[in-house]
Structures are given as structure tokens and as C-alpha cells.
Design a binder for this molecule. Structure first.
Ligand code: ZN
Length: 209
């Protein structure tokens, strides 16, 4: 079941090209309206509350210099794996109506009020997870053992660990801080309980040179 969902997700997410930089204008507008138009459930950091409505607004979310460093490392890595990305720009948009982050082929959307409450390291960890979903959408990472066993969310968690290590954005202490933040979460239909998410992130970090 999880595998089918994951493959469906890849199929759905594979349709809308766009960029990972906060500089957004027309492409963001188009991306946001596409997203609303398709009414597709984008991958989220945690599942939305039942019945809660959310909206991705066609306006850029604020991105700090340290957050930008993660995107700056990711972009050439992604382009090396899928050169078509060179011509695209991925917006970081405003997510309204839920304390969450969402991502897909359109780019990433985050709730700025929620991010303002969080430690900056935590926001960078969340962005790393969301970049995992962007990587899934553009086939930058294969459907591997983590995807098969833990679904798209588990693979994004593992990917976050690998990205945070490879990009040198997180020291072991920063990785531990993010893991400590994730661990208490209960999990939901698509997300494993926090301790499993923590294990996946830790494994991704440890297994990356
Ligand atoms: Zn996710």
C-alpha cells in the first residue's frame, strides 16, 4: 500500500516544474495557482489536522542567510543529477492556515509565523526534509530501501540527515538538537512516530561522509 502511494505521489509530483530560491515573482504565482488548481496533497512535514484548510499563497516566505546556504548547496547537487533543473527556479512560498511545511515539484511552502517560533537550526532541518520531497519529485533519489519500507516521508527523513551532513550545515550537536525536536512527535497516517523518524535522520547523517 505504501509503495503504491509513494509511486502515485511521484507520478503526481512529477508534473509541475519550477525553482529553490526565495526570489519569486511570476513563476511563484504560476506555481501557487497550479498547486491550488490540482488540489493535490503535497508532502508535508506533519499531517494536517483533520478538516483544517491550508492555502499556499503566491508570495515568497522570508529566507535567512543560513537557510539560503542549504539551498545554495542543494542546487548544484540537484542539477548534476537532473540537468533540466538548471532552467527552473523553485520558490519558497507562504503556507497559510497550518503550522507546517509542504513541498513538491512546485517548490516549498512554509508557515512563516511557525518558522519564526522555531530555533533556526530546526527550520533548516525541516527545509532539508522538504528538499527530500523535491528530490523525490524530480527523481534525484531512487526508490530505495528506505522508500520501500518507510514510504516517501521516511525517505525524506533519511535524506534530510544525508543532506545536512554532506552540506556541512549541521554539526553533530545541531543534528542532535533536530533529532531531539522530532523524537516526541506521535506520528500519523503518513509519518512514522518521532523515534523512527529520528533513527532515519540519524542514520542518514551517520552514513554520509
Ligand atoms: Zn514530508
Amino acid at each position: 500500500m505504501e509503495r503504491v502511494l509513494f509511486l502515485l505521489l511521484l507520478t503526481f509530483l512529477g508534473i509541475q516544474p519550477n525553482p529553490i530560491t526565495p526570489s519569486v515573482t511570476e513563476s511563484a504565482r504560476a506555481a501557487a495557482s497550479n498547486n491550488v488548481q490540482f488540489q493535490l496533497p503535497s508532502c508535508s512535514y506533519s499531517a494536517a489536522m483533520p478538516g483544517a484548510g491550508y492555502q499556499i499563497l503566491p508570495q515568497p516566505a522570508p529566507v535567512s542567510p543560513r537557510q539560503q546556504q542549504l539551498f545554495d548547496w542543494f542546487s548544484p547537487w540537484a542539477i548534476a543529477r537532473n540537468p533540466v533543473l538548471q532552467t527552473m527556479r523553485f520558490p519558497i512560498l507562504v503556507l497559510d492556515g497550518e503550522k507546517n511545511a509542504r513541498a513538491g515539484a512546485f517548490g516549498i511552502a512554509v508557515n512563516p509565523q511557525w518558522f519564526a517560533e522555531l530555533d533556526e537550526d530546526i527550520t533548516i532541518g525541516i527545509y532539508a526534509h522538504e528538499l527530500g520531497h523535491v528530490s523525490q519529485a524530480y527523481r534525484l533519489i531512487p526508490v530505495d530501501q528506505f522508500a520501500m519500507q518507510y514510504g516517501a516521508e521516511g525517505q525524506a527523513d533519511y535524506f534530510a540527515g544525508t543532506l545536512l551532513k554532506a552540506s556541512r550545515q549541521f554539526s553533530p550537536a545541531q543534528m542532535q538538537k533536530f533529532i531531539d525536536w522530532v523524537t516526541p512527535s506521535a506520528g500519523d497516517q503518513t509519518h512514522a512516530p518521532g523515534r523512527i523518524r529520528a533513527d532515519l535522520m540519524r542514520a542518514g547523517y551517520s552514513n554520509t561522509p
